[in-house]
Design a protein around this ligand. Structure first.
Ligand code: SF4
Ligand code: SF4
Length: 165
């Protein structure tokens, strides 16, 4: 895609707080699927921009499946192939980092869209909550709380600190 996809995380969060009737879809890039399982762009975004990288990381401690760990930069990573969707990490995180609908997708594979594919990208945008995702022709703009996740994705989020580590 020529344009970038702008993901507004607060709109998705509002959806998780019952303003939407349906579970929002997830977008991923098939070429980014690695040994830790399928990674949605929302999950990559919240661990990079919303998570406060707690030193004691209670989310890791509470996880009964050893599905969470920190990488060398202190960024949390979820092994989606180990996660049992208990949502203990959602409950214990003091900052609401993880959205509880992330874990519904284990059983709803039809909600996943491969954004490498133009048709699936269009379907993903249509299926997302109103105002949560749009194609834009712009670059990262921290003054508008817009940050670069990767070359194709921008994320709008009120981050707790501008040092993205
Ligand atoms: S508890 Fe929440 S904010 Fe703290 S490291 Fe875990 S996900 Fe990040
Ligand atoms: S939802 Fe998954 S990652 Fe979170 S605590 Fe449960 S098993 Fe661990």
């Amino acid at each position: 895609m020529d344009k970038k996809l702008l993901i507004n995380l607060s709109k998705f969060r509002e959806c998780g707080n019952q303003s939407c009737d349906e579970t929002p879809p997830e977008g991923f890039f098939s070429h980014l699927t690695g040994t830790t399982g399928l990674k949605s762009i929302r999950e990559l975004a919240v661990f990079q921009f919303t998570c406060r990288k707690c030193e004691d990381a209670p989310c890791i401690t509470v996880c009964p499946a050893e599905a969470l760990e920190k990488d060398d930069n202190g960024m949390i990573e979820r092994y989606t192939n180990l996660c049992i969707s208990c949502k203990s990490c959602v409950a214990i995180c003091p900052f609401g980092t993880m959205m509880s609908d992330f874990f519904d997708h284990h059983r709803k594979k039809d909600l996943f869209f491969d954004l490498s594919d133009e048709h699936e990208l269009r379907e993903f945008i249509k299926a997302c909550p109103v105002g949560s995702v749009e194609l834009v022709d712009m670059d990262e703009n921290p003054e508008q709380n817009i940050y670069k996740l990767n070359d194709q994705i921008l994320v709008k989020e009120n981050i707790w600190n501008t040092d993205k580590q």
